[in-house]
Design a binder for this molecule. Structure first.
Ligand code: AMP
Length: 290
C-alpha cells in the first residue's frame, strides 16, 4: 500500500489506473479508523479494481467552536488497519496542499443542509460538499462510498452528484454498530465510561420510537417527547435535535402517513462530545375495521 500526499502525485496515479482500464473506488474518511470505515472498504471491494482511501480532517467542515483541533489523528495505525482490508492507496494530503492559496470557492447544495445537523453546524455541509467535490476531481473514482450513519451527508452528496452530473456512482453502507448498538464513531473514544454507558440510549431510543410507530402511534410530539425522555433520563445528556423528517427533502414531517417512510435523526451531546444517529422507518398500513 502506498501513501499519496500531493494532488500532482494523485493525478499521475489515477491517470495510469484509468488508462489501464481499471475501476477506482474511493472511500473518503477523516481517519481514526474503526470497523465502520473498514466495512466501507469491504462493501466497495467487489465493485472496483483499485481502492483509494482518503484520510483528511477537513477544516472547512468544522465551525469555529467545534473540535477540529482535538479531532483524533492516528495516521500510523490507520495505515496498518487500511492495509489489513486491502486498501491500495491512501490519499492523505496536508491542509496546505488541499487548500493552497486563498481559497474562495465553495460547492453549496441548496435547502438540504438547512435541516438536522445543518441547523446546529452552519456551513458544515458546504465544507463537506466542497471537499468531496475536490476529492472526486483529484481521485476520479468510478464509485465512492459513504456511510448511512451520516445520513444527511449521504443524501446531500447524492443530490450534489446528480445535480452537477458528476461522473461517479455513489454507494452507501448501513450504520455499523458496537455490540450494544452504539453507532461506531471516531468520537466515541472521547466519551467517559459513564457517558459511553448512557450513549447506547441513542440507538435504543430510535428503536423505542420505531416500536411506537409500528404499534400505531402517529402523534409526532409524543414520539419526540418519548425519545427525549428515553435519552435524558438519569444523565446529563443534552439533546441538540430530534427530527422526524422526509427521507428525501429532509423537511420536518407534519404527519406520519401510513405506507410512507420517516427518517428519525438525532444529535446528542455528552459533555463536549456530540454524537449522531438515525433510523429510517417504514410506517405500516393499518387495516381500518369499520
Ligand atoms: P468520517 O471519518 O467520520 O468522516 O467518516 C468517513 C465515512 O465513514 C463516512 O462516509 C461515514 O458516514 C462513514 N462512517 C463513519 N462511521 C460509520 C459507521 N458507524 N457505520 C457506517 N459508516 C460509517
Amino acid at each position: 500500500m502506498e501513501l499519496i500526499r500531493t494532488i500532482a502525485e494523485a493525478h499521475d496515479l489515477v491517470e495510469k489506473i484509468r488508462l489501464s482500464g481499471r475501476l477506482i473506488g474511493l472511500v473518503p474518511t477523516m481517519g481514526a479508523l474503526h470497523r465502520g470505515h473498514l466495512l466501507l472498504v469491504d462493501e466497495i471491494r467487489d465493485h472496483v479494481d483499485v481502492i483509494i482511501m482518503s484520510i483528511f480532517v477537513n477544516p472547512l467542515q468544522f465551525g469555529p467552536n467545534e473540535d477540529f483541533d482535538r479531532y483524533p489523528r492516528t495516521l500510523d495505525s490507520d495505515v496498518e488497519l487500511a492495509e489489513t482490508v486491502g486498501v491500495d492507496y491512501i490519499f492523505c494530503p496536508d491542509v496546505s496542499e488541499m487548500y493552497a492559496g486563498n481559497v474562495k470557492t465553495r460547492v453549496v447544495v441548496a435547502d438540504l443542509p438547512n435541516h438536522l445537523c445543518g441547523l446546529s453546524r452552519p456551513g458544515h455541509f458546504d465544507g463537506v460538499t466542497t471537499v468531496v467535490t475536490k476529492l472526486i476531481n483529484i481521485l476520479k473514482p468510478h464509485i465512492a462510498i459513504f456511510g448511512q450513519k451520516d445520513m444527511q451527508q449521504a443524501i446531500i452528496i447524492q443530490k450534489m452528484v446528480k445535480d452537477l452530473s458528476l461522473d461517479v456512482k455513489i454507494m452507501t453502507l448501513p450504520t455499523v454498530r458496537e455490540v450494544d448498538g452504539l453507532a461506531m464513531s471516531s468520537r466515541n473514544n472521547f466519551l467517559s465510561e459513564a457517558d459511553r454507558h448512557e450513549a447506547v440510549k441513542l440507538f435504543q431510543s430510535l428503536n423505542f420510537a420505531k416500536q411506537m410507530i409500528v404499534t400505531g402511534e402517529r402523534d409526532l410530539f409524543l414520539i419526540v417527547e418519548g425519545i427525549k425522555n428515553f435519552i435524558t433520563t438519569g444523565n446529563s445528556a443534552e439533546i441538540d435535535y430530534i427530527g422526524l423528517v422526509d427521507t428525501e427533502t429532509l423537511e420536518d414531517l407534519t404527519e406520519l402517513k401510513d405506507g410512507s417512510s420517516v427518517l428519525i435523526a438525532l444529535a446528542v451531546k455528552f459533555g463536549k462530545t456530540r454524537l449522531i444517529d438515525n433510523l429510517t422507518i417504514k410506517i405500516p398500513v393499518f387495516e381500518h375495521v369499520v
